[in-house]
Ligand binder design. Structure first.
Ligand code: NAD
Ligand code: GLY
Length: 365
């Protein structure tokens, strides 16, 4: 099929996103069009490489790219200094110079660490994203946030560094565990709530087609999500202003991840809970109605996502939120939806008073 195309317009750092079903085979053409270096290191993990690695290598070879695989461990716990060093070591040992490039084959963990390796190796070499989870296709592969985790916090070491091409084959989602697929849908819902009521309504109407991975529904959902993200990143690449809206649901979601221990909830699941919390707060401030909150909850439940707040005290939640990167000079900031399809960023000077009705009820329950 002819891929759907979007351009992330960032001047000389602009790049295309190709989206389609079964378009992995067109990767060679895309890389040639992007004048990608002929010497390529494919960074992946054993799970994804076993599924798609050989095909990628064959495609690269057929288009006269030389390729070397660098595999790191599978999981968030491998998004660290040690895996980064493993990537640098392999690149140096195999003589990768400034006329070479990296290809990230996998989910957000692989995309983030490969992007950071590309940003820093020899002061920067080009990289391309081939995202294979729904979360990475609709969010992490687009926009140039790259990072590794520090033992004291997630994504604390990183850089803004854009890929030269993003290649999204929704067929790869067929092998994704159901729970990972649903976690990605949380970020899709996010785009509808913060930016596009028509898209939100479309998601409600096409819920079952998406859950069944109907190709044209998937392509539409991924394309609209990427377009919304691209529009935001074009205005505010480095999150000085507008880009913060992409953190809708993340303030409370990160607190849920911290309190329950990383690994209990997938990131998208925690964001689902966080979006319900944010919409409840928005309702209490008169920014949206009870019906809006219910519609958001219904869609998330329909996508098999959790929506209940785990039972922790308000003090525990406040402490966990205090460590969030979105706290500016001691004041908590939240992204709040205005109805459905619009949002704003607001300082919350007295979170305890605002959150008490939601979180105290929870302790009593
Ligand atoms: P992940 O990369 O850990 O992938 C989830 C699991 O799915 C892994 O076990 C992986 O091996 C497996 N997998 C990947 N593709 C598969 C496929 N097609 N078939 C079968 N299994 C497959 O998790 P994720 O949710 O994709 O990404 C989470 C990461 O993304 C976090 O580190 C988060 O910080 C980061 N993130 C970054 C941004 C950004 O803007 N850079 C945005 C959101 C999240
Ligand atoms: N995932 C949020 C961002 O890219 O800004």
């Amino acid at each position: 099929m002819v891929p759907e195309r979007i351009v992330v317009g960032l001047g000389e750092r602009s790049y295309p996103i190709w989206i389609g079903l079964g378009i992995l085979d067109q990767l060679g053409v895309a890389l040639a069009a992007a004048s990608f270096p002929r010497k390529v290191a494919v960074v992946s993990n054993p799970t994804v490489y076993a599924l798609y690695g050989q095909r990628i290598e064959e495609i690269l070879t057929a288009h006269k790219f030389s390729s070397t695989a660098i595999l790191i461990g599978d999981g968030e716990e491998f998004k660290n200094f040690s895996s980064l060093q493993q990537i640098y070591d392999a690149l140096i040992e195999k003589g990768f110079d400034r006329s070479s490039g990296l290809l990230a084959l996998g989910g957000g963990v692989i995309g983030d660490i490969t992007g950071f390796a590309a940003a820093t190796y020899l002061r920067g070499i080009p990289f391309v994203q081939v995202p294979t989870t729904l979360l990475s296709q609709v969010d992490s592969s687009v926009g140039g946030k790259t990072a590794i985790n520090h033992p004291l916090g997630k994504n604390l070491i990183g850089a803004f560094y854009q890929p030269v091409h993003v290649h999204i084959d929704v067929e790869t989602l067929g092998s994704l565990p159901e729970r990972e697929f649903s976690a990605g849908l949380a970020e899709v819902v996010k785009y509808g709530v913060i930016r596009d009521d028509t898209f939100f309504e479309w998601l409600c109407a096409h819920r079952d087609r998406l859950l069944n991975q109907d190709p044209s529904a998937l392509i539409h959902a991924v394309k609209r999500s990427c377009q919304i993200k691209a529009d935001v990143v074009e205005v505010d690449e480095k999150e000085s202003t507008l880009r913060a809206i992409l953190n809708f649901g993340h303030t409370f979601g990160h607190a849920v991840e911290t309190l329950t221990g990383y690994g209990t909830y997938r990131h998208g699941e925690a964001v689902s809970i966080g979006m319900v919390f944010a919409s409840e707060i928005a309702m209490s401030l008169g920014l949206c109605t009870r019906q809006d909150v219910q519609a958001i909850k219904n869609l998330l439940v329909g996508f098999r996502l959790p929506v209940s707040f785990p039972a922790f005290s308000i003090e525990q939640y406040l402490q966990a939120m205090g460590r969030d990167k979105k706290v500016k000079q001691g004041v908590l900031r939240m992204v709040l939806n205005k109805g459905i399809g619009d949002c704003l960023v607001r300082d919350v000077p007295d979170p305890e008073a605002l959150f008490a009705p939601l979180l105290n009820n929870l302790s009593e329950g």
